[in-house]
Design a binder for this molecule. Structure first.
Ligand code: MN
Length: 181
């Protein structure tokens, strides 16, 4: 049996004759699955949709795992930010900037930060950590650096999209009292 295409929900929401967003390749590279991959990329895109938010995307398993961070990441560990899980995006989305004219997510997308990421040293399998609802990771970006936690909250009844908290860990990169957005 073929494995389900993780990009199906992404494609189902979009009409690629009407948006400049990439449809993504069906055979995205799968060779970076697993632990300690040194070249995993991340991106944060500022998305002026109906409601301004910041999309955090972490490369894993050949797709970009994605969260809409409503108020943007904060460098203050006390300032936990809501991160709503959204559908996996294609790797090509990492460099997407521009205006989504119509349909899902209409509005302007700007690159806000980019770089590489890695699971925290104690994380054996980042995919498994995400499935369990708690990923500790390290960002090497321009704006966002150091250790971070993504923690999934207990689901509300009839919740459509899992809600997580994005939390800066205590380290040399923290900036208490300072949001990022
Ligand atoms: Mn978005």
């Amino acid at each position: 049996m073929p494995k389900p295409d993780p990009l199906s929900p992404y494609r189902a929401k979009r009409d690629f004759t009407r948006t400049a967003e990439p449809p993504g390749t069906t055979d995205a590279p799968r060779n970076q699955r697993g632990r300690k991959a040194p070249t995993l990329r991340f991106v944060v895109q500022k998305h002026a949709a109906t409601r301004l938010h910041f999309d955090l995307r972490l490369e894993l398993g050949g797709v970009l795992k994605s969260w809409a961070v409503t108020r943007g990441p904060s460098l203050d560990p006390a300032d936990k930010r809501l991160a709503v899980e959204v559908e996996d995006h294609p790797l090509e989305y990492r460099s997407f900037e521009g205006t989504i004219e119509a349909g899902y997510g209409a509005g302007t997308v700007m690159l806000w930060d980019e770089g590489t990421w890695e699971p925290a040293p104690e994380v054996d399998d980042p995919g498994e950590a995400l499935a369990k609802g708690n990923l500790k990771f390290v960002l090497h970006g321009q704006r966002l650096r150091g250790g971070w936690d993504l923690v999934r909250m207990k689901p509300w009844p009839k919740e459509r999209q899992p809600q997580w908290l994005l939390i800066k860990r205590h380290d040399a990169e923290e900036r208490p009292g300072e949001g990022a957005s």
